[in-house]
Write a protein that binds this ligand. Structure first.
Ligand code: DP6
Length: 332
């Protein structure tokens, strides 16, 4: 039997306009379009091998076997791919992140993007970018945005077949720096899929949906014009709006740490000093700072006055998921 094995790399992405709230829980159909960029320094590498010698699916993430809900999500995804390929062999999945898992750095996005590409390829399927994005979405919504290159929009669509992500601009389109400021690196208590379910318990969610299309129109306009100040302001407003929904959900979701607020204030301070930098925050406490590449050195110098080098991860816009040749199985 031929080698049913493939390795893929995918990058995490950060949303400028967020996906928060689902029309369909199971299919991860979002209530609004979202916009993101792939991050070149937040990487997942996944090898998937199918074999008749495997008695059960084995999943290793960062050298550890995974169990419980995490294992189920991966096995469910493998089942989708096995169904598509009409093959029922068990698989070994070895996945590695170059960043802390479940720290709000979206390992599920790069994880399910890489898993989708590696597992389909291993079983001899060649999916189009659109179909791969649709498949990745079933693993984790935001994973569909880690399939295409660069600056990406995820169309909420009407149903399963019409909800997928598409590249708006290639990574080279705009020289931005996206700097992660790590506030904490331990496992989150509330995963984002539980948070999505609470959106309607916030009295502000309806208002958010009412205005979201206008916001998307504007951010695309500023992206098109490369108007950094207007672009950055919308991104920052959006992050605060997201967290206002979280804070007013029942039960309230408080992802921030005291250090998060301190960092926000520090960004305001830097901006007042004349450094054009904005932040966004996902379902976690870490900040993603957005600046233009030309200001990156100054920004890093300022950040290092307050934070150790270990807390700073520098990223630039990156391509989407791709296959690599890699014949090592265990550990590597
Ligand atoms: C706050 O994609 O993690 O990061 O579809 O349930 O897996 P599931 O949710 P997930 O949600 C991401 C939420 C967010 C915003 C965003 O990335 O757009």
């Amino acid at each position: 039997m031929k080698n049913l094995k493939a390795t893929a790399i995918a990058h995490s992405n950060i949303a400028f306009i967020k996906y928060w709230g689902k029309k369909d829980e199971k299919l991860h159909l979002p209530l609004n379009n979202s916009l993101s960029v792939n991050l070149d320094n937040l990487i997942t590498k996944t090898t998937v091998e199918f074999s008749e010698t495997f008695k059960k699916d084995q999943i290793f993430i960062d050298g550890q076997t995974v169990q419980g809900e995490k294992e189920k999500r991966v096995v469910d995804h493998l089942n989708r791919v096995r169904k598509m390929a009409k093959i029922c062999l068990k698989a070994k999945v070895i996945s590695k992140n170059n960043f802390p898992t479940a720290s709000g750095l979206a390992s599920s996005a790069s994880g399910f993007a890489a898993l989708s590409l590696a597992s389909t390829k291993a079983l001899g399927l060649s999916l189009s970018e659109k179909d791969l994005s649709i498949l990745a979405r079933l693993g984790s919504g935001s994973a569909c945005r880690s399939i295409p290159d660069g600056f990406v929009e995820w169309y909420k669509g009407k149903d399963h077949q019409t909800s997928y992500a598409k590249g708006l601009f290639p990574p080279s389109y705009w020289s931005l720096s996206i700097i992660v400021l790590l506030i904490e690196t331990k496992e989150k208590k509330t995963f984002s899929n539980q948070g999505h379910q609470l959106v309607w318990t916030s009295p502000f969610f309806k208002e958010r949906l009412k205005n979201i299309d206008k916001k998307i129109f504007l951010i695309k306009k500023y992206l098109q014009e490369k108007n950094f100040l207007k672009f950055g302001q919308i991104v920052e407003d959006e992050a605060l709006e997201l967290h206002s929904i979280m804070l007013t959900s029942k039960p309230a979701l408080i992802y921030w740490q005291p250090e998060t607020i301190k960092a926000i204030k520090y960004i305001y301070f830097l901006r007042e000093k004349g450094l054009p930098v904005f932040f966004t925050i996902d379902a976690g406490s870490n900040l993603f700072l957005i600046s233009q590449k030309k200001d990156e050195k100054d920004l890093i110098r300022e950040l290092k006055k307050e934070y150790s080098e270990k807390k700073i991860i520098i990223n630039h816009p990156s391509k989407g998921a791709f296959l690599i040749k890699d014949y090592q199985v265990e550990g590597d």
